[in-house]
Design a protein around this ligand. Structure first.
Ligand code: NAD
Length: 503
C-alpha cells in the first residue's frame, strides 16, 4: 500500500504512531476539487478497525495521564515549533483536497496553532483551588483529571483548524485522542499525526480513524470512549449528541449555521460591502462563520447591493495554488447542490444580481467551479434564505428598521455568528445584548473568538453545554475531583452517624 504524500495513494488510519491499514476493504475517492482528479482513496473503517484504534488509545492513556505536566508541556512546545516551521506543507495538503486558496488554508492553520499555543499553558490552566482550614484542621482542594479516550469528529471545511480546536487541549490535559476526519479531505490529519510523532508524543496518544457513519457510531457507543467533540451539519450534530449522551458520554456537538449581517443606515457602506464580500465568498462560502444573509436596514439597500456586486464581480476564481481569490467547491455533488439552490432562488422570485453559474475559472475543466452569486429582494420563505447552502451565495434581505432585522435574526433556528455594521455605539451595544447568537461581530464580519475565549453558537448551531477551546475546552477535557483532608491531630470523635458538620 502506498501512503500519504504520494500522488495516487491509499489514505489509511494512524495507530500507535504508524499507518494502520485495518481490515476494511471499503474505500472512498478523494479528489482535487480544482481539477476533478481522484488523487487518492481513503479507507472507510469497519467497527473492528474502530475497536483496534480505540483499544490502542485506551492502552496508551494511563501512562500519558501520569506523564508530568512538565513533560507534556515540552512535547506541546515542540509540536508548536514544528507546526510553525512547516505549516506551508499542511496548507498545501488542505488546498489539494479542500480547494480553498493556499493563503486561506494557511490562515486556518494559524488559527489552529493559536489553540496549540493556548494549550502550552496547560500547567497554569489546570491549577485547582485550595482552602486551608475549611473546618478545624481540615483542608479542601480540587484537582482536574483527564477523561480517558476522547473522540473528535470533524467536518470537511476546516481539515486542520477544527481538529486543532480540540486535540491540543485534550492531549495537554492528559487524554488519548481518536480523531475521525471528514472522508472528503482526510490527509491533513495524517500529516498532523506524523508531526506529533516527531514532537515526541508517545504511541497511542494521538490516533486517526478514517471512515463514515460506521466508525462514528462506534465512537458514540464504545464504552472505552469517554467523550466526543463533534463539528458538522445540524442533523448529524443532533444525532451525535442524542446517541452519545444516551450512551453516557460527555458530548459537545457544533452544528450548522445561517449567519446574518445587519447593516444600519449610518454604517460605512464601503466597509460593509468589503466585509460582505470577504465573509460571503471567502473559502467559497464553505465556512460555518460565512455571512450568507445581509440584512439592509432602511434606504441604503440599493447602494449596498451595487457596492457588493461591483466587488464580487472582480473576484478571481481559480485553482487555490495559483493567484486566485476563491477556489472551487469541495465536491461535484456539493457544487451541483449549491447550483440547484441558485435555480430555486431564481424560481422563487429573488433578483439575481450576480450569477455564479456563469463562472470562468483559472483551473481544470473538470473542477467543481461556481462563482459568487448575489441575490437581492430575498424573503424568509425562499429556500435560499431558510436553508444552510454552504456555498458562495449571498442573499440580501431588505427591512425597514433595526427591530425588523433583530426579529428576523432571532427567529432563525441557527445562532452561530452574526455581525452588525454601524457607527452608532448605542445601537451596537443594544444588538450585542439582544441578539440570540453565540458569536457577535461589531464592524467585524467573521467574529471567530481567539483561542483563549471559546467558540460556539446557540440554538441549532450547538448541542451540549460546552463551546470549543478556551476554558470551556479545559473543562470539557477534564473532570473535577474535590478532596477533603485532615492530617494533624486527627480527632477521634468516636461513632457519630450524623452528617459531617464544619466547626
Ligand atoms: P457533515 O455533518 O456532513 O459531516 C461532519 C462529520 O460527520 C464528518 O466527519 C462525517 O464523516 C460525519 N458524518 C456525516 N454523516 C454522518 C452520519 N449520517 N452519521 C454519522 N456521522 C456522519 O458536515 P460537513 O459537510 O463535513 O461540514 C459542513 C457542515 O459543518 C456545515 O453544516 C457547517 O455549518 C458545519 N460546521 C459547523 C461549525 C461550527 O463551529 N458550528 C464549524 C465548521 C463546520
Amino acid at each position: 500500500m502506498t501512503q500519504t504524500g504520494q500522488l495516487s495513494k491509499t489514505i489509511s488510519h494512524w495507530l500507535n504512531n504508524d499507518f494502520f491499514a485495518g481490515v476494511s476493504n471499503v474505500t472512498a475517492p478523494v479528489a482535487n476539487p480544482a481539477t476533478g482528479d481522484v488523487t487518492g482513496r481513503v479507507v472507510l473503517g469497519s467497527a473492528q478497525d474502530a475497536h483496534a484504534v480505540i483499544d490502542a488509545a485506551a492502552a496508551a492513556f494511563p501512562e500519558w495521564r501520569d506523564a508530568s505536566l512538565a513533560k507534556r508541556t515540552q512535547i506541546l512546545f515542540k509540536f508548536r515549533d514544528l507546526l510553525n516551521q512547516r505549516k506551508g506543507e499542511l496548507a498545501e495538503i488542505i488546498t489539494r483536497e479542500h480547494g480553498k486558496v493556499v493563503s486561506d488554508a494557511l490562515g486556518e492553520v494559524n488559527r489552529g496553532q493559536e489553540v496549540v499555543e493556548f494549550a502550552c499553558g496547560i500547567a497554569h490552566l489546570l491549577k485547582g483551588g485550595f482552602t486551608e482550614n475549611a473546618s478545624t484542621k481540615v483542608d479542601v482542594y480540587s484537582i482536574r483529571q483527564p477523561l480517558g479516550v476522547v473522540g473528535i469528529i470533524s467536518p470537511f471545511n476546516f481539515p486542520a483548524m477544527v481538529p486543532m480546536w480540540f486535540f491540543p487541549i485534550a492531549i495537554a490535559a492528559g487524554n488519548a485522542v481518536v480523531l475521525k476526519p471528514s472522508e472528503k479531505n482526510p490527509s491533513a490529519s495524517l500529516w498532523l499525526a506524523e508531526l506529533w510523532k516527531e514532537a515526541g508524543l508517545p504511541a497511542g496518544v494521538f490516533n486517526v480513524l478514517q471512515g463514515d457513519k460506521t466508525v462514528v457510531d462506534e465512537l458514540l457507543t464504545n464504552p472505552k470512549v469517554a467523550s466526543v467533540s463533534f463539528v458538522g451539519s445540524t442533523p448529524i450534530a443532533q444525532y451525535v449528541y442524542a446517541t452519545g449522551a444516551a450512551a453516557g458520554k460527555r458530548i459537545q456537538a457544533l452544528g450548522g449555521a445561517k449567519n446574518h449581517a445587519l447593516i444600519l443606515p449610518d454604517a460605512d457602506l464601503d466597509l460593509a460591502a468589503d466585509a460582505m464580500v470577504n465573509a460571503g465568498f471567502g473559502s467559497a462560502g464553505e465556512r460555518c462563520m460565512a455571512i450568507s444573509v445581509a440584512v439592509a436596514v432602511g434606504p441604503i439597500a440599493d447602494e449596498l447591493v451595487a457596492k457588493i456586486a461591483e466587488r464580487a464581480a472582480a473576484i478571481k476564481i481559480g485553482d487555490g495554488t495559483k493567484d486566485s481569490d476563491m477556489g472551487p467547491l469541495v465536491t461535484k455533488a456539493h457544487r451541483d447542490k449549491v447550483a440547484a439552490y441558485i435555480e430555486a432562488g431564481e424560481t422563487d422570485g429573488a433578483k439575481v444580481v450576480l450569477d455564479g453559474r456563469n463562472v470562468s475559472a483559472d483551473g481544470g475543466a473538470d473542477g467543481f467551479w461556481l462563482g459568487p452569486t448575489l441575490f437581492d429582494n430575498v424573503t424568509p420563505h425562499m429556500s435560499v434564505y431558510s436553508d444552510e447552502i454552504f456555498g458562495p451565495v449571498l442573499s440580501v434581505v431588505r427591512v425597514e428598521a433595526y427591530d425588523d432585522a433583530l426579529k428576523l435574526i432571532n427567529s432563525n433556528p441557527y445562532g452561530n455568528g452574526t455581525a452588525i455594521f454601524t457607527n452608532d455605539g448605542g445601537a451596537a451595544r443594544r444588538f450585542q445584548n439582544e441578539v440570540t447568537v453565540g458569536m457577535v461581530g461589531i464592524n467585524v464580519p467573521i467574529p471567530v473568538p481567539m483561542a483563549y475565549y471559546s467558540f460556539g453558537g446557540w440554538k441549532a448551531s450547538l448541542f451540549g453545554d460546552s463551546h470549543a477551546h478556551g476554558m470551556d475546552g479545559v473543562q470539557f477535557f477534564t473532570r473535577q475531583k474535590t478532596v477533603t483532608q485532615r492530617w494533624l491531630d486527627p480527632s477521634h470523635g468516636g461513632i457519630n452517624l450524623g452528617f459531617p458538620q464544619n466547626g
